[in-house]
Write a protein that binds this ligand. Sequence first.
Ligand SMILES: [Zn+2]
Length: 95
Amino acid sequence: MMNTSALKKTIQNKTELITKKELLKIAVNDPDLNIDELKKMKVNELRKLLKITHKITADTEIHYVNNLGFCFSCITPLRADYTSSKSNNYCMDCL
Ligand SMILES: [Zn+2]
């Protein structure tokens, strides 16, 4: 049986797709990036550029991760032929 703290951790660890707003907040700290240009970009382009697709909230910490090449929903690796197609970020089960 899980102890209470392990159980708590499982509940609190969650992976979410990162939003454009959050990406812009991260990018604004990088002087090499032109924030006005980034604002015009689509969220998928920003995720590729910044190499961040998801955030994982673990207790009070937030980790940014790059899950390109993985299904954005269930985080399983995508086959190469999926990633070249238009609906590239999701596996067949999650589409
Ligand atoms: Zn999936």
